[in-house]
Design a binder for this molecule. Structure first.
Ligand SMILES: [Fe+2]
Length: 306
């Protein structure tokens, strides 16, 4: 049932300072993989096999450089590159082992929301990967918030309807859940390439290329409470939660890392199947859709992006 696109596998974020690097390392609890030649810092979750999955680039302002999705074979990669160009999005090739050690060739293109999306088929296995033979749940005790892996992200930008159409028709993703405007167009879409409720979410917003949040998976509700304790202890700014979404049903907490990128740590959510009916929301019910307990949307959640 998988579409050929497997998951979000690599993300590069802009951060301001060393305090933020320390956040990803010791508070969020990712494993530090190393540094690239030009000084970007590579991380991964303890439950990930990829060489690395999160790259931090020091810059003047926070935000998203790109997100890259893994596809199931070099053949799929070439086919999707051809179909993407035919769809009208020119692709740029990023050679293997160039800016990201351990990564095969990637193709990069821009979607109508203004974001840079990439796809790749090959990546080396991480040195510290989940155990394979008679495995323990982990090799070393997870630290900080015990983030297991980079899971998904929410992009804010214009042309959500057209962007959703690309991902559904070319990547063969499907949208288990959407928010509909009165004209039937989609204001927001949660897109899946497998059985997760979403691997990518997009919401209509005036400013192109905006990042709403990057989400890391935690094991359970207990770990979300632990994450809340840690972010209070470290004086990080809470946005919303701990709470539950109605959309996807994930349990969640939102906060800002020291550079101002919004992070979600979440657990749970329903299993999605492409033959299930699409769940949909009208605009009046969106507050309950997003925050099941509170039933209102705080301004910051709607309007603060990087
Ligand atoms: Fe999310």
């Amino acid at each position: 049932m998988l579409s050929g696109v497997l998951r979000a596998g690599l993300i590069q974020l802009r951060v301001l300072d060393y305090r933020t690097v320390d956040f990803y390392d010791n508070i969020l609890g990712l494993q530090r993989v190393g540094e690239t030649e030009d000084g970007r810092i590579m991380f991964k979750g303890y439950d990930e096999f990829h060489h690395h999955s999160v790259v931090l680039r020091k810059a003047e302002s926070p935000g998203l450089d790109y997100v890259a999705y893994k596809v199931d074979s070099p053949e799929t990669l070439e086919r999707l590159k051809d179909e993407t160009e035919k769809w009208g999005f020119p692709c740029t090739e990023i050679p293997a082992n160039s800016d990201n050690p351990g990564y095969g060739k990637r193709y990069s293109f821009v979607i109508p929301t203004g974001h840079t999306i990439q796809m790749f088929a090959e990546v080396e296995m991480a040195e510290r990967h989940p155990q394979i033979e008679n495995p323990y749940p982990w090799e070393e005790a997870p630290k900080g918030m015990r983030a297991q892996l980079f899971d998904h992200l929410l992009l804010y930008g214009p042309n959500v309807h057209e962007t959703e159409r690309y991902f559904c028709e070319v990547w063969k993703m499907y949208a288990p859940e959407v928010v509909k405007l009165s004209d039937g167009k989609h204001f927001g879409a949660w897109l899946s390439c497998g059985m997760k409720a979403h691997d990518l979410a997009i919401i209509e917003y005036d400013r192109p290329n905006s990042l709403h949040h990057v989400a890391f998976r935690l094991e359970d509700w207990g770990d979300i409470g632990h994450a809340a304790d840690l972010l209070a202890f470290h004086d990080l700014r809470l946005d919303v939660g701990p709470t539950r979404h109605s959309i996807t049903r994930g349990k969640t907490i939102y906060f800002w890392e020291p550079s101002g990128n919004r992070i979600e740590t979440f657990a749970g959510g329903y299993e999605a199947y492409p033959d299930h009916p699409q769940r949909y929301w009208d605009m009046d019910h969106v507050p309950r859709g997003i925050f099941y307990y509170e039933r209102y949307l705080v301004d910051s959640f709607m309007n603060v992006v990087t």
